[in-house]
Design a protein around this ligand. Structure first.
Ligand code: M6R
Length: 602
C-alpha cells in the first residue's frame, strides 16, 4: 500500500527516475501521487490527485534535479486529494517527507509535542515532518531529529526525508513497510518500496530490516539502527527480467498474467525437479512438515483461497491435519493449537500486514513457520524459518491470477513430497499430471472469444452474480467470485451448492447469473440438481464442466485433467470471464477502485 521512491546522484536524473519509478509502483496505490525535486533553488513539489499520468501533466519539466523523492498513495488517513498527497513539508519548508505506512499514535504525538501547529492535511504523515523540524529547532542535528522522531512512533513506515539545507543526503527509515536500497555505479543510489522501479538501473540491492535508518548519498549508503549505531550489510543480487515487468503487447497485466500460467507451472516443475522424475524440496522443510501434528495455513484473499485447496492436498495425500485461517481473524479466533504446530503463510507479496502480525505472534511462541511466497527476501520470507518460492515472476495486476495457480502447484508438490517421504502412494504421477495441466491451461487461454461471449451474455448489465460448486469446486468458485467482484464491481458471491437452500436461494430472481463449476464426478449429479433449483427460480445458468462429465447444456468444457488438479484449470475460465466482464464494463482492470496490490496495513 503506497509506494515510495528516491534518487540521489551526480546527474540530473531524479525527475525521470521518480516519475517512471512511481509508474512501476502504481499497483501499490493509485489515488494520488507526488514528487519533490531538490536543486540549488530549493525544493520543488508537484502533487496531484489521481494517477501518475495526472502527476506527469502538472510536473514542470524544466526543473533540473539530481535529488528527489516521490510517493504514490493508497489513502488511509485523509481523503485522496491533492492536499493529502505526499510529499508533506514542515512549517519552514526545510524538511520534505514521503511515507508508506500508518502512524498509529499521530494524534497523541500532535497533542504532546505540536500544540499550536496548524496542520494542512488530514494525514498521519504530516505530524512526523513537523516533529522532525521541532527537534531540529531544539538544537539537534537532522539525523538526531529524525531518530528522535522515529523512536516516538507507533505503527508502520517507510520514510524518505530531504533536508533542504543539506540535500546531499536522503534520510530513509523502515519499520514494517517494505523498502529496498538499489546500489548504483558509484555516481548514484536509489531506493524504492520494491525492486521494480530500480531493476533497469541495478541488480545489486541492500535489504533493510525493521527499525533501521539509512543515509543515502550519491556515493555511499550508511545503515544505522534506531540508536544511531552503524550496521554492516552485504548486498544481495535480484535478477528480474525487464520483460516480466512490462505489459508488452497486452492491453492489461491481468491478461498477460493469466496467459503466463502454463509457463509458470512449467517453471515451478523445473525449479522443484529432483531425481528420478520426482520432486526435490529442502529436507528441513519436509522434516518440519512431517514432525508437525497439525498445519495452520494463514493467508488473505486469493492466497487464502489457494490455502483451501492446499489443505485438501496436505490432508488427503500426506495425511496431516490442516486448518486454514484468514490472517486478519486469527488473533480474535485463535484456535486451540496442537502440540507441534507448523504454520504455513501463503502470500504472493510476502508483505501482507495481516499475515505478518500472525507470524510475529507465533514466532514469539517459538512455533515454526514456512512461507510460500512469490517475492524472494520479502518480509514474510525473511521472518519465517523456511521459504518456498512460487517462481511466478512479478505479478503486477491487482487481481491475483498466476500467483494463485502457482500457490496451488507448490502446495501440491509439497504435499506429494511429504507423502513420498512417509511412503504414502498417491496412485498418480504428479510431475506428469502437472505437465498436462499446463498444456490444458494453454488451450483454455486460446478460447478467449468464448470467454468474451459468455461475459457479454451474463455480465454486461447484471448487478449481481452467484458462483456455485461442491467439494474442490466450492473453493474455486470462492476465487472466481472474488475475481469478478474486485475488477468488475459486480456483487459476486461463491457458495457451496448444497448450502443454497439454507438461505442464499432467496436471492435468486429472474435473470440472476449463476456460474456452476462441475469438475468432480462425486458431485456431478448434486451440483446439477442445484442448478435445476436455481433455474426453476429464474436464474440463467452457466455450467462449466470437466470433459467426461459434460452435457449439451454446458457452456464450457474443460479438457480432462487429474481430478485433484482440476482447480488449477477450472479457475482459468473464471479468471478470463471476470477479465472480459470488467473490460465490457469499462473498468480499470489492473487498478480496480479502492484496492492496492500489496496490503501493508492491518
Ligand atoms: O500478497 P498476498 O498474497 O498476501 O495478498 C493477499 C490478498 O491481498 C490478495 O490475494 C488479494 O485478495 C488479491 N487482490 C485478490 O486478487
Amino acid at each position: 500500500m503506497c509506494g515510495i521512491v528516491g534518487y540521489i546522484g551526480k546527474t540530473n536524473n531524479a525527475r525521470d527516475f521518480l516519475l517512471n519509478g512511481l509508474e512501476k509502483l502504481e499497483y501499490r496505490g493509485y489515488d494520488s501521487a507526488g514528487i519533490a525535486l531538490s536543486n540549488k533553488d530549493g525544493i520543488h513539489i508537484f502533487k496531484e490527485k489521481g494517477r501518475i499520468a495526472d502527476l506527469k501533466k502538472i510536473t514542470n519539466y524544466s526543473i533540473e534535479s539530481a535529488v528527489g523523492i516521490g510517493q504514490t498513495r493508497w489513502a488511509t488517513h485523509g481523503a485522496p486529494n491533492k492536499i493529502n498527497a505526499h510529499p508533506h513539508q514542515s512549517i519552514s519548508g526545510q524538511f520534505t517527507l514521503v511515507h508508506n505506512g500508518v502512524i498509529e499514535n499521530y494524534e497523541l504525538l500532535y497533542k504532546e509535542h505540536l500544540e499550536g501547529v496548524t496542520l494542512k492535511s488530514d494525514t498521519d504523515t504530516e505530524v512526523v515532518v513537523h516533529l522532525i523540524e521541532k527537534f531540529k529547532n531544539d538544537g539537534y542535528t537532522t539525523e538526531k531529529s529524525f531518530l528522535k522522531t522515529l523512536n516516538l512512533l507507533k505503527g508502520s513506515y517507510a520514510f524518505a526525508l530531504i533536508d533542504s539545507k543539506d540535500s546531499d543526503k536522503i534520510y530513509v527509515a523502515k519499520n514494517k513497510s517494505p523498502l529496498l536500497i538499489g546500489l548504483g555505479d558509484g555516481t548514484f543510489n536509489i531506493f524504492g518500496s520494491d525492486a521494480l522501479p530500480m531493476i533497469h538501473l541495478t541488480k545489486s540491492f541492500l535489504q533493510l530490516f525493521d527499525e533501521e535508518i539509512v543515509i543515502v548519498e550519491k556515493e555511499h549508503v550508511t545503515i544505522k539502527n534506531l540508536n544511531g549505531e552503524a550496521m554492516q550489510r552485504n548486498p544481495i543480487e535480484i535478477e528480474l527480467d525487464i520483460e516480466d515487468i512490462e505489459k508488452g503487447t497486452y492491453p492489461h497485466y491481468m491478461l498477460k498474467e493469466i496467459d503466463e500460467q502454463p509457463f509458470v507451472i512449467r517453471k515451478i516443475l523445473k525449479e522443484y525437479k529432483g531425481n528420478e522424475n520426482g520432486f526435490s524440496i529442502d529436507k528441513e522443510i519436509i522434516n518440519s512438515v512431517i514432525e508437525s501434528d497439525r498445519i495452520y495455513i494463514i493467508a488473505c484473499g486469493t492466497s487464502y483461497n489457494a490455502g483451501l485447496i492446499g489443505k485438501q492436498y496436505l490432508e488427503n495425500w500426506s495425511s496431516i491435519p490442516v486448518e486454514v485461517h484468514i490472517a486478519s481473524e486469527f488473533s480474535y479466533n485463535t484456535p486451540v493449537l496442537s502440540t507441534k504446530p507448523l504454520f504455513i503463510f501463503i502470500s504472493q507479496s510476502g508483505e501482507t500486514a495481516d499475515s505478518r502480525s500472525v507470524l510475529k505472534y507465533i514466532k514469539q511462541q517459538n512455533y515454526k513457520a514456512l512461507t510460500i511466497t512469490n517475492v524472494q527476501s520479502s518480509t514474510l520470507s525473511r521472518e519465517a524459518d523456511h521459504t518456498l518460492l512460487l517462481h511466478a515472476g512479478p505479478e503486477i495486476a491487482v487481481a491475483s491470477t498466476k500467483a494463485y495457480t502457482a500457490q496451488i502447484t507448490v502446495l501440491s508438490i509439497l504435499a506429494a513430497t511429504v507423502a513420498k517421504k512417509k511412503n504414502i502412494t498417491l496412485g498418480f504421477n504428479l510431475m506428469h499430471d502437472l505437465g498436462v495441466v499446463s498444456n490444458v491451461i494453454e488451450s483454455i487461454c486460446e478460447e478467449k472469444e468464448i470467454m468474451k461471449k459468455i461475459s457479454k451474455e451474463y455480465f454486461s448489465t447484471t448487478r449481481n452474480a452467484f458462483f456455485i460448486g461442491r467439494h474442490l469446486d466450492y473453493y474455486v468458485v470462492l476465487e472466481g467470485a472474488l475475481k469478478l467482484k474486485e475488477i468488475s464491481y459486480i456483487q459476486a458471491e461463491g457458495f457451496a451448492g448444497g448450502e443454497l437452500k439454507h438461505g442464499t436461494i432467496a436471492l435468486i430472481e429472474n435473470n440472476t447469473p449463476v456460474i456452476a463449476l462441475n469438475t468432480q464426478e462425486k458431485t456431478n449429479l448434486s451440483i446439477r440438481s442445484n442448478v435445476t433449483e436455481v433455474v426453476t427460480r429464474g436464474a440463467i445458468p452457466c455450467i462449466i464442466s470437466m470433459e467426461g462429465l459434460d452435457t449439451p447444456e454446458d457452456r464450457f468444457i474443460i479438457p480432462k485433467v487429474n481430478k485433484h488438479l482440476a482447480p488449477l484449470v477450472s479457475v482459468v475460465p473464471l479468471q478470463l470471464i471476470s477479465y472480459y466482464a470488467a473490460l465490457e464494463r469499462e473498468c480499470d482492470i489492473d487498478k480496480p477502485r479502492n484496492l492496492a496490490k500489496s496490503v501493508t496495513v492491518e
